[in-house]
Design a protein around this ligand. Sequence first.
Ligand SMILES: [Zn+2]
Length: 136
Amino acid sequence: MTPACPKPKAKKKKKRKKSTPRTVIMNKLDKLSAAKCREQGYCTICEKTSSRLNAHHYKGRTYKGVRWYQPNLICLCVQCHTFNPFFSAHRTPEAFKKKMIDIKGQKWHDDIQEKATNHKSWKMADLEKLLESYLD
Ligand SMILES: [Zn+2]
């Protein structure tokens, strides 16, 4: 038996992360940096051009120093990013890392590593500057 007049569902407020000027700018940077990365137009690993491309963060997004640093963003097809269980950035991270160093070189890795670990928190003004550089 269904009640004739069901109680309206209690309004659930979706918990949203507070949007502050800082998070707004960070979200914009996420979008713009990923879009720029995908402009490469082909997968860095398998060189496919047809499939949907993702921007993978070589050093994870939690490393704020390289979150929007183009060398840290790797243009990948969805297979090489997450789907391929035998080799992909998220399923076989160690093998992926090795392959990336083969492709890009140890210097590239060391540069990212250094920027990722030595980064102090972003100042708002610096975030704004970075955003401007993406909008140019
Ligand atoms: Zn690929």
